[in-house]
Design a protein around this ligand. Structure first.
Ligand code: MRU
Length: 365
């Protein structure tokens, strides 16, 4: 990990509190906010202090631990009742990223396994699990990065949409982790960052991360991607994801579908960096993935600046779905699943030895 990447700790545990970088004010200000309860953490997720699927999962795990620690002197009955509320408030914070629900399920399983122990011991166990969810995320991102880096040729110019970097994870990033790993492997790559309207994760977060690490980055507005592709200026697309359905359809930041269609039109490979925790085998197709609708204010303007006519009707779906047929490969911590489909994902989760034709860790020919 580069020195700068080690420095950017999206979430950290300090003095019994969860601290998270306030991503709403980056890059103008770099500051941490402190959280002491599940309800506060849920509000931090909802209001986008922390965002990005894996980071949301880590925050939710810490949210559970915070309430368990807060209730460590409660009676067992009160502990159960209050903890159920903690799980509910966290589950209601954002609907699309499955990592949130994955992390809550993991925390509940851990609690079940030690439920006969004292409340204090349960709380300590839940905190240890939150630390492990976070540490594991960085290990997974490094494994994905190594597989993904092999897909990029030396000198490649890669487009990404939104922010799937250190800020969206516990560290290293998923899509940006692929770029970091490629650079660490000695490849000279450059990044095109889509601005990512309306919340500007590309302009504010991806560009900032890349500039910090001196990875060459060029910022474009979302509507410039087609032009750049038509000029032959983009060699590959790598994005993150919030949820992959059992048939390989990919939900990611609004605008990703547009990029995938353009990539297919121009014969550019379109990869999705996707930890296994982001694959939801309980959802048959992308049509069934819940898509968050956010406030109209995000589209009307930014901070104090208003640019849309008062009274205009506004839509603000925060994610879209890219059909599996447009996905060249899912980069997971186990390898790259080329042309993902239901059969391949079922095999992946079957626990059986994986077929070499499904997993191509050495990359594309
Ligand atoms: O609304 P956000 O900022 O939480 O959306 C984030 C994304 O869409 C990311 O691409 C996705 O969560 C993957 S992050 C590794």
């Amino acid at each position: 990990m580069s020195e700068q990447n080690q420095f950017v700790e999206t979430l950290r545990w300090r003095d019994g509190r969860l601290e998270m970088i306030d991503q709403r004010v980056l890059p103008a200000r770099f500051e941490y906010l402190a959280y002491t309860s599940a309800a506060q953490t849920a509000e931090g997720i909802r209001s986008m202090v922390v965002r990005g699927a894996p980071a949301i999962g880590c925050a939710a795990a810490y949210g559970v631990a915070l309430d368990a620690l807060r209730l460590r002197n409660a009676s067992p009955a009160d502990f159960v009742a209050e903890m159920d509320k903690a799980f509910d408030v966290l589950a209601a914070s954002r609907p699309t990223a499955v990592n949130l629900f994955w992390a809550l399920k993991r925390m509940r399983t851990v609690w079940d396994a030690v439920k006969e122990q004292s409340v204090g011991a349960i709380a300590e166990r839940l905190l240890a699990e939150a630390h492990e969810v976070t540490a594991e995320d960085i290990r997974i991102n490094r494994a994905m990065g190594a597989f993904g880096a092999e897909l990029l040729s030396d000198g490649a110019c890669v487009l990404t949409h939104c922010n799937a970097g250190s800020l969206a994870t516990a560290g290293h990033g998923t899509a940006l982790g692929v770029f970091r790993s490629a650079v660490e492997a000695g490849k000279k790559i450059s990044v095109i960052a889509d601005e990512t309207r309306p919340f500007l994760q590309g302009a504010r977060l991806t560009a900032w991360e890349m500039v910090q690490e001196k990875i060459p980055v060029t910022l474009i507005t979302d509507n410039m991607a087609g032009f750049m592709m038509s000029k032959g200026e983009i060699d590959a697309v790598v994005v993150g994801t919030d949820r992959v359905a059992a048939n390989g359809d990919v939900a990611n930041k609004i605008g990703t579908y547009m990029v995938a269609v353009l990539a297919r039109r121009h014969n550019i490979p379109f990869y999705v960096a996707c930890p296994l925790s982001t694959i939801d085998m309980g959802i048959a197709s992308g049509m069934d993935i819940p898509i968050e609708e956010r406030s109209a204010d995000e589209v009307k303007g930014f901070l104090d600046t208003l640019w849309a006519a008062e009274g205009v009707k506004i839509r603000n779906p925060a994610f879209d779905v890219t059909p599996a047929e447009l996905v060249t490969g899912l980069i997971t911590e186990k390898g790259v699943i080329l042309q993902p489909n239901r059969e391949k994902l079922v095999s992946l989760f079957s626990g059986n030895q994986l077929d070499d034709t499904i997993l191509e860790p050495r990359g594309l020919s």
